[in-house]
Design a protein around this ligand. Structure first.
Ligand SMILES: [Zn+2]
Length: 293
């Protein structure tokens, strides 16, 4: 498969699948009759231009809108070459302003890893994706249109519903729902081992967020770092497991060993589900933060 080849997911929705090696997230295109919305800007200008080339090959319009699911580097570093109105939540906009002030060249990046502000894995991805000089030239665009809870962008015959997750304090990300095609682009809302940052949240907050995602009657869910979209049934199964982990973290009152044995008991299983460690880290860390420790 060539780097810029887009796949058709549903009649109006295309995607460029993610690439693990340099942490390229999935990019999406929602195509109306004449206008198009691009989902996420990619982790470098080269990544974004592969996507634009893919649109050209499929004889699709150039993007009129660029929607950012969130502000992490791997989703926004390609934005400078996309000539479209940039749309993001207020929360994403605030974080983009901070991200834009950072120096991404070797010395500053290595220091942030040393200070535990960036993860080693993502530093390596970033260095493999862009040279030191290219990282010195990174220009981040800020939103042209920002929303607080949700907004609809209508592309002639297709609706792009942008929905922020969480409340004003906790909103970490937003997702895109296309009702006509029953598709959702989740960004990194599910977390997972490929999330581009350490992230803590409480079991209650995360559970509310998962419920908000499942409220939309979509059938296909695209996660930024997974090689295949999830069916509704797959997502429901996964959410049920995450909720069990959240329940066990609460029952363990912040104690990892107690949470693990509670989880085994609840599931009636001797082995733990995949990603248990990741979600326990997220929840136990979130509970510590909430308790002000
Ligand atoms: Zn990502």
């Amino acid at each position: 498969m060539i780097a810029s080849e887009l796949d058709l997911l549903t009649p109006h929705v295309y995607w460029l699948p993610p690439k693990k090696e340099t942490c390229r997230p999935a990019l999406g295109a929602i195509s109306g009759q004449q206008s198009l919305l691009m989902v996420d800007a990619g982790n470098s200008p080269v990544h974004a231009s592969a996507f634009l080339e893919g649109l050209h090959r499929c004889i699709l319009p150039v993007p009129s809108y660029l929607f950012l699911t969130h502000w992490r580097w791997d989703h926004v570093f390609g934005s400078s070459i996309v000539e479209a109105l940039l749309v993001a939540s207020n929360h994403t906009g605030d974080h983009l302003r901070e991200t834009a002030r950072l120096d991404w060249r070797d010395k500053a990046l290595d220091q942030r890893v040393e200070d535990n502000l960036e993860m080693d894995f993502y530093r390596n991805c970033l260095k493999a994706e862009m040279s030191n000089v290219e990282r010195g030239r990174i220009k981040l665009r800020l939103p042209d249109i920002a929303f607080s809870q949700s907004m609809d962008i209508v592309l002639e015959n297709i609706t792009c519903r942008l929905i922020a997750l969480g409340d004003e304090q906790t909103a970490e990300a937003s997702f895109l729902y296309v009702p006509e095609d029953a598709v959702v682009f989740l960004g990194e809302s599910l977390g997972g081992s490929l999330s581009s940052a350490r992230h803590f949240t409480t079991p209650e907050r995360f559970t509310r967020m998962l419920d908000k995602i499942l409220e939309v009657p979509a059938e296909l869910f695209v996660d930024s770092h997974r090689s295949k979209p999830l069916s509704r049934i797959d997502l429901e199964k996964e959410v049920a497991v995450i909720k069990e982990i959240a329940k066990a973290a609460r029952a363990g009152q912040g104690n990892r060993t107690a949470a693990v044995s509670q989880l085994k008991q609840n599931l009636g299983a001797s082995s733990l589900p995949q990603n248990t460690d990741f979600y326990l880290d997220v929840f136990l860390g979130g509970m510590r933060q909430a308790a002000g420790e």
